[in-house]
Design a protein around this ligand. Structure first.
Ligand SMILES: *Cc1c(COP(=O)(O)O)cnc(C)c1O
Length: 372
């Protein structure tokens, strides 16, 4: 049996006519950059995120970058991020010339530890970027409380968390900015690179629109230096066509996660402490962009799964403070033990919506066989 980590062909087969029609409409219009398709997609996403403003951009990475640019964050400034995330979270901070300052993550949820933030704040700190890793939101109340008291901007890295909730509030609707990605492997994937920034206030939303098009307003008059961060109409059409399916896909991912939890419990592996399943923090809607297990002898298990035809991935093998490109920050092994442990002991296994119960049983029996 083959079990891929993700099966986008199965998804496409199920909704082919809708996608093909949406794409054909864009070709008929020959309107490829911004325009009415992007606008209607933005309106639907704003509604979905329960946020007043949503601005389509070229990628999740550019979403983070443009939010930092709009705030004028740059050389001499510091921005707090977790060390355990996709590279873009910290890469963007360095790209605007600011310094990433790392704060460790919670060992159960892999999200930023609010109780460790204050110790990392200096007079140069401008912003905090909590990441809603794997589809579960960070503990936003204490983060927002610290930010308000210390006058910091909060940029939610919600790239893996479209539709995720914290105390009934959606990802992207709590911080000053919410940054989303439609990279094909996210829960809602475009047909290439695409992203979105949400904002609560109208002034920031307007600035995001101006910065997205070279800082031009009116056309050819530049008060600020922006970039080309525009969303393509083709990508907007694909995202808009897929959006009505997202809640159904999320429900499937949640069912699959629950089935794994049950199967792993029955296997005895949890009791024998060979594996721990993902933890859902209270008052969250976890959308399971990934199902992450913490396991004994991770690297050996990974080889075993790959040999058995089971897709898997290490998200992420090297925390930021140990990345070569951040050596200038002076990080060393032992600085962020929770992030290092996550990098060394966790593994993603398939949880995509089209996964069958039989495939999940095969995954669990293969893992059980490994620890026999
Ligand atoms: C995917 C991702 C990004 C970047 O999104 P792109 O669209 O690939 O540029 C940023 N942060 C996190 C946590 C991500 O998972």
């Amino acid at each position: 049996m083959q079990v891929p980590l993700l099966d986008l062909k199965a998804q496409y087969r199920a909704i082919k006519t809708e996608i093909d029609r949406a794409v054909a409409e864009v070709f008929e219009s020959q309107y490829f950059i911004l325009g009415p398709k992007v606008q209607s997609c933005e309106e639907k996403l704003a509604q979905y995120c329960r946020c007043p403003h949503a601005i389509g951009v070229s990628s999740g990475t550019d979403a983070l970058l443009i939010a930092l640019m709009v705030e004028g964050i740059g050389p001499g400034d510091e921005v707090i991020t977790p060390p355990h995330s996709f590279f873009a979270t910290a890469g963007c901070v360095a790209r605007v010339g600011a310094k990433p300052v790392f704060v460790d993550v919670d060992p159960a949820t892999f999200n930023l530890r609010p109780d460790l933030i204050e110790a990392a704040i200096t007079p140069r700190t401008r912003a905090i970027i909590p990441v809603h890793l794997f589809g579960q939101m960070a503990d936003m109340d204490p983060i927002m409380e610290i930010a308000a008291r210390r006058k910091l901007i909060v940029i939610e890295d919600a790239a893996q968390a479209l539709g995720s909730e914290y105390k009934g509030r959606r990802a992207g609707s709590i911080g000053h900015y919410g940054c989303f990605s439609f990279f094909p492997s996210k829960n809602l994937g475009a047909a290439g690179d695409a992203g979105l920034v949400t904002a609560l206030d109208a002034e920031r939303a307007e600035k995001l629109r101006v910065f997205r098009a070279h800082g031009s307003k009116p056309k050819y008059f530049h008060k600020v230096i922006g970039g080309n961060f525009r969303l393509d109409a083709l990508q907007a059409a694909v995202v808009e066509a897929k959006l009505p399916h997202l809640d159904g896909w999320t429900a499937k991912r949640q069912e699959n996660a629950a089935r794994y939890n049950e199967l792993f419990a029955k296997s005895g592996l949890v009791e024998r402490k060979k594996i721990s399943c993902p933890v859902e923090a209270p008052q969250r809607r976890h959308i399971y962009n990934q199902y992450i297990v913490r396991v004994e002898r991770r690297d050996e298990l990974q080889k075993h799964l790959t040999t058995a035809g089971i897709g898997n991935e290490i998200y992420y093998p090297v925390p930021f403070h140990l990345q070569e490109c951040f050596a200038y920050l002076g990080g060393k092994a032992g600085d962020f033990p929770m992030s290092e442990s996550a990098a060394n002991t966790t593994l993603a296994i398939p949880v995509y919506p089209e996964l069958t119960a039989a495939q999940q049983e095969y995954v669990v029996s293969t893992i059980t066989g490994f620890y026999r």
